[in-house]
Ligand binder design. Structure first.
Ligand code: GLN
Length: 455
């Protein structure tokens, strides 16, 4: 894989850091184990993995693709990294993303965009375009991403890879750089559904270092994926979400989605339409709640504790407040600044109830929509992304059209339910499309079965 990385990187730029030496040492350590020791490890033991640079790695520079963290070498590992190391999985390096995971195209990285291996004139989606492209270009067999509003699933759809956002609290966020803490979740990026299931079992399960971690072991996801591989879905009830699709969705994306649903039916699933009447308000609620949490979480980048520090120029008082202002002005990109300003406004006295309070009420209504839907069906399906991969620059001047990319993925984050995306075939433009499965909270295995059946 290190050889493939060397060949592919000049055209793809999926990686911000390549940890070749460390990865080789980890691979050698695995090789040196006895057969019995290897037998006792998880099935993915020894398989290398790439890590989104939103997750901290001891001794490997971690930047969240921001100038403000340039040069920061974490003194500790995220819990998910500790678990990968315990499973003897070599870490190939850190992958590119939109700065602080804010974006849908990876164009907001401070270190230049990642390209889509299907067409290098197009974006790989975002924010986790680096992890998705690394897996799609065979630079890494597995990767980790983070998903706050779709950053694992939408790049999965645009690059023809599998991407999973686990149940909120199902995978520890300890050592995941915080974007919007009530929405963030770490999850797998892989080429097969079974690989994602095996990987989620390794990284998942309770962690006392994350106060929102669910005190239960990881769900039996690999068994569900293997059951799905028999392609028998008799007895399973699948719900088509009425409110996702139609206007704004590329015809080729919808056509592949309908064909995928027909295949689920052919394998014995019963398919019904389900209404989630508040989903049209999800995007609006997300773009209030998320920036509010971003504005609070990113307050820690003050020039004191991590990475970049910019002193005020001569003639400007050399105060701590000025140092912070100059550091944040130089260290954050435009999209991050836009969200900090939006969030600060939404949380300010006098506006809090009108904006943040209302958005939280919408969030509750969306949770209730899911609850009602899951009284009727086992699993919900929708297209993952309204379009296939778009060209560089196409949406950069129009934040609203960039935000519209998340229309199908955001409801699952607001409700904390698990969701995954798998490839659904190529659209008429020859580019990959994705189908999304959504399961009830803490029942992640339920979505793995039909996904594996369809694969
Ligand atoms: N694209 C979405 C955003 O810009 C989602 C980001 C994410 O999931 N990290 O907020």
């Amino acid at each position: 894989h290190l050889d493939v990385i060397e060949q592919a990187e000049p055209s793809i730029h999926a990686f911000l850091q390549i940890a070749g030496e460390q990865a080789r040492e980890q691979a050698d350590a695995f090789d040196a184990l006895s057969a019995d020791d290897k037998q006792a490890l998880p099935e993915l033991a020894g398989v290398p993995i790439a890590i989104k640079d939103m997750i901290v790695t001891k001794g490997i520079e971690t930047t969240a693709a921001s100038k403000i963290l340039q040069g920061w070498i974490p003194p500790y590992d995220a819990t998910v990294i500790e678990r990968l190391k315990a499973a003897h999985m070599p870490i190939l390096g850190k992958t590119n993303l939109d700065e602080f995971a804010q974006g849908s195209s990876t164009e907001h990285s401070a270190y230049g965009p990642t390209r889509n291996p299907w067409d290098t004139a197009r974006v790989p989606g975002g924010s986790g375009g680096g992890s998705a492209s690394a897996v799609a270009a065979f630079e890494a067999p597995l990767a980790l991403g983070t998903d706050t509003g779709g950053s694992i699933r939408q790049p999965g759809a645009l690059t023809g890879t599998v991407g999973v956002k686990p149940t909120y609290g199902g995978v520890s966020r300890y050592g995941a750089i915080a974007m919007a803490s009530s929405l963030d979740q770490i999850g797998p990026v892989t080429r097969t559904v079974l690989d994602s299931a095996l990987l989620q079992e390794i990284i998942g399960g309770h962690d006392p270092k994350d106060s929102t971690s669910i005190p239960a072991p990881a769900r039996p996801m690999a068994a569900a994926a293997r059951e799905g591989a028999t392609r028998d879905l008799k007895g399973m009830k699948v719900g088509l979400i009425k409110e996702i699709g139609g206007e704004g969705f590329q015809p080729g994306v919808e056509a592949r989605f309908r064909e995928a649903v027909a295949q689920l039916e052919a394998m014995g699933a019963e398919v019904v339409e389900v209404s989630c009447p508040h989903f049209p308000y999800a995007l609006g609620a997300y773009y209030i709640i998320m920036p509010s949490e971003v504005s609070s979480n990113l307050a820690r980048y003050d020039g004191m504790r991590y990475g970049l520090r910019v002193m005020p120029p001569a003639g400007v008082p050399q105060t701590a407040a000025n140092m912070m202002a100059y550091t944040r002005e130089a260290g954050f990109g435009d999209e991050v600044k836009r969200r900090i300003i939006l969030g600060t406004y939404a949380l300010s006295a006098g506006y809090y109830d009108a904006w943040y309070g209302s958005a939280q009420k919408v969030r509750t209504l969306i949770i209730e929509d899911f609850n009602r839907a899951f009284e009727q069906v086992d699993v919900l399906v929708s297209p993952t992304s309204p379009s296939t991969a778009f060209k560089f620059g196409e949406k950069m001047d129009d934040p609203m059209s960039m935000y519209m990319n998340d229309i199908a993925t955001i409801p699952a984050n607001l409700a904390g339910v698990p969701a995954l995306s798998i490839p659904a075939g190529l659209s008429d433009d020859g580019l990959p499309t994705g189908i999304q499965f959504i399961a009830p909270q803490q029942r992640d295995e339920v979505m793995y079965k039909p996904a594996a059946a369809l694969e």
